[in-house]
Design a binder for this molecule. Structure first.
Ligand SMILES: [Zn+2]
Length: 211
């Protein structure tokens, strides 16, 4: 009788970009947004974050901004705090996680992500969108006032045109979800992901009014 060979366990494959984008948007809508609604009832801003395990793309920690308790509890720093509340034996290594922020992280949160060694970060809204939508611009101001040191050759214009921080550096890589979507090679899949991203972004039209 012929022996039937059953397939053995496969090593986890890297998720496709399309799969990664749809997971990030789903976690944003299903896990982060309800947390923001709850936190908004206490008068907090709709900034949130989630940490996903890279192996199964499941959220390990989710949190909202809680600046009513402390001005340093941003969505990201609060999420890092929640992550480290998990028993060390039960949580993945930060190097095996993906960090998601609803808004481009400020300098405090970028440093928090660097201190805790999360290698990859994706965010939905840029600093400029955050400013235009929620009237919050302190993240840009802190980077410009504290960290933007002019070189002797800088003019006002060259200084203004210089990026506020290194998106790719030796500690982590950060990019907007919009840029991740632009890397999808299948045109139909790219269009679908773009419209899904815009739909999820529109959830903030209610969130910013505390609905
Ligand atoms: Zn922050």
């Amino acid at each position: 009788m012929a022996q039937v060979l059953l397939p053995g366990p496969k090593p986890p494959a890297s998720p496709s970009i399309s799969n990664l984008v749809s997971t990030i948007l789903k976690v944003t809508e299903d896990d982060i947004v309800p947390t923001l609604r709850e936190s908004g009832k206490a008068g907090n801003m709709p900034f949130g974050a989630a940490i996903l395990s890279k192996s199964n793309l499941q959220p390990v920690a989710v949190a909202a901004n809680n600046f009513r308790k402390s001005p340093l509890l941003h969505g990201e720093t609060n999420c890092i705090r929640e992550f480290f509340e998990i028993d060390a034996s039960k949580r993945p290594d930060t190097k095996d996680c993906i960090f998601i922020a609803t808004h481009e992280p400020c300098s405090l949160c970028l440093s928090g992500i660097a201190w805790t060694s999360f290698p990859t970060v994706y965010y939905l809204f840029t600093y400029q969108e955050t400013h235009d939508q929620l009237g919050v611009g302190k993240d840009i101001r802190i980077l410009e006032e504290i960290f933007r040191v002019p070189a002797p050759s800088d003019t006002e214009e060259s200084l203004r045109n210089r990026p506020l921080y290194n998106e790719t550096n030796k500690l982590f890589t950060i990019k907007p979800i919009k840029q991740l979507i632009s890397e999808i090679t299948d045109e139909a899949g790219k269009k679908l992901a773009e419209s899904e991203m815009e739909r999820v972004k529109r959830l903030w039209e209610d969130l910013r009014h505390g609905v």
